[in-house]
Design a protein around this ligand. Structure first.
Ligand code: PLP
Length: 242
C-alpha cells in the first residue's frame, strides 16, 4: 500500500475508534445497549478510496446525500460488503439511479417520491430485495419552506401508509435532522424526542417501523439519548470537510 494510503487508513481507524467510543458512551449514559445503534459513515465529498479503506476497517454502512456523486462511487465500490444509505433530498428523476445501489433511502418526504421509488424498484433487477424507506420528518418545515427536505409531522402517517402499500418498498421508520429554525432551533434533544414520539405513534400502526435515524457529528449524544437507532457521522469519521 502506498505510504499516503497507509497514513489515511490509520487516520480513519483512529477517527472510527473515537466515533465508536462516543456512540458507546452515549448509549451507556442513556442506559441502552450499544448494539441498538448503527453507525453510518457519511462519505459524501470523499473519494471511493476512503470508502474502500472504511470497508477494510469493518464499516458496513455508508451514507451519501447526492446521487450524482454516490452512483459512480457505489459503482467503484461494487463487491465490497457495504449497505448504502441515501440520506439527501431526492428528486423523483433520480429514483431509478438510487435504487440501483441503495439499500435504504432515509429521506422519503412526499407521496410522489414514494411512487417514483416503487416504480423504480419494479423496473429494476432488485424486485425481490425490498428498498428500506424512512420517512424524513422536518420540525421546521414551516419556517424553512421545505428547502431542506422533510415532511411535516402531520404528513407522516399518509406517507408511511403509501410506503407500506407499495410493492418493493419496506417501511423502516423515521429520519430527522436537527432543526435550524423554528421552535426547536438549538434544542436538538427536544427535537429528537419529538420525532421519537411520532415514531412511537407510527409503530401502533406499523410495528416493524423501528428505525430512528437521527444524530450527526455535532449532536449524536442528544440523538442516542432520545432513542436513535442510526447515527449518520461524516466529520467524526472522515475528518472535517473543507
Ligand atoms: C452530511 C450529513 C450528515 C453528516 O454530517 P456530519 O456533521 O459531518 O456528521 C448527516 N446527515 C445528513 C442528512 C447529511 O447531509
Amino acid at each position: 500500500m502506498p505510504a499516503e494510503t497507509t497514513q489515511r487508513k490509520d487516520e480513519l481507524a483512529r477517527n472510527l475508534r473515537r466515533a465508536e467510543r462516543r456512540v458507546a458512551a452515549a448509549c451507556e449514559a442513556a442506559g441502552r445497549p450499544p448494539q441498538e445503534v448503527t453507525l453510518i459513515a457519511v462519505t459524501k465529498t470523499r473519494p471511493a478510496a476512503d470508502v474502500r479503506l472504511l470497508a477494510e476497517l469493518g464499516v458496513r454502512d455508508v451514507g451519501e446525500n447526492r446521487d450524482q456523486e454516490a452512483a459512480p462511487k457505489a459503482a467503484l465500490c461494487a463487491g465490497l460488503p457495504l449497505r448504502w444509505h441515501f440520506i439527501g433530498q431526492l428528486q423523483t428523476n433520480k429514483a431509478r439511479s438510487v435504487v440501483s445501489y441503495a439499500d435504504s433511502v432515509h429521506s422519503v418526504d412526499r407521496l410522489r417520491l414514494v411512487d417514483a421509488l416503487a416504480r423504480a424498484v419494479a423496473q429494476s433487477d432488485r424486485a425481490h430485495r425490498p428498498l428500506g424507506c424512512l420517512v424524513q420528518v422536518a420540525l421546521d418545515v414551516q419556517q424553512s419552506g421545505g428547502r431542506r427536505g422533510g415532511a411535516a409531522p402531520e404528513e407522516v402517517e399518509e406517507i408511511a401508509a403509501a410506503i407500506v402499500e407499495a410493492p418493493g418498498l419496506r417501511l423502516d421508520g423515521l429520519m430527522t435532522v436537527a432543526p435550524q429554525d423554528g421552535p426547536y432551533m438549538d434544542r436538538p434533544r427536544a427535537a429528537f424526542e419529538r420525532v421519537a414520539e411520532i415514531g412511537a405513534r407510527l409503530r401502533t400502526l406499523h410495528p416493524a417501523a423501528t428505525a430512528l435515524s437521527a444524530g450527526m457529528t455535532g449532536d449524536l449524544e442528544a440523538a442516542v439519548a432520545a432513542g436513535a437507532t442510526h447515527v449518520r457521522l461524516g466529520g467524526a469519521v472522515l475528518g472535517e470537510r473543507a
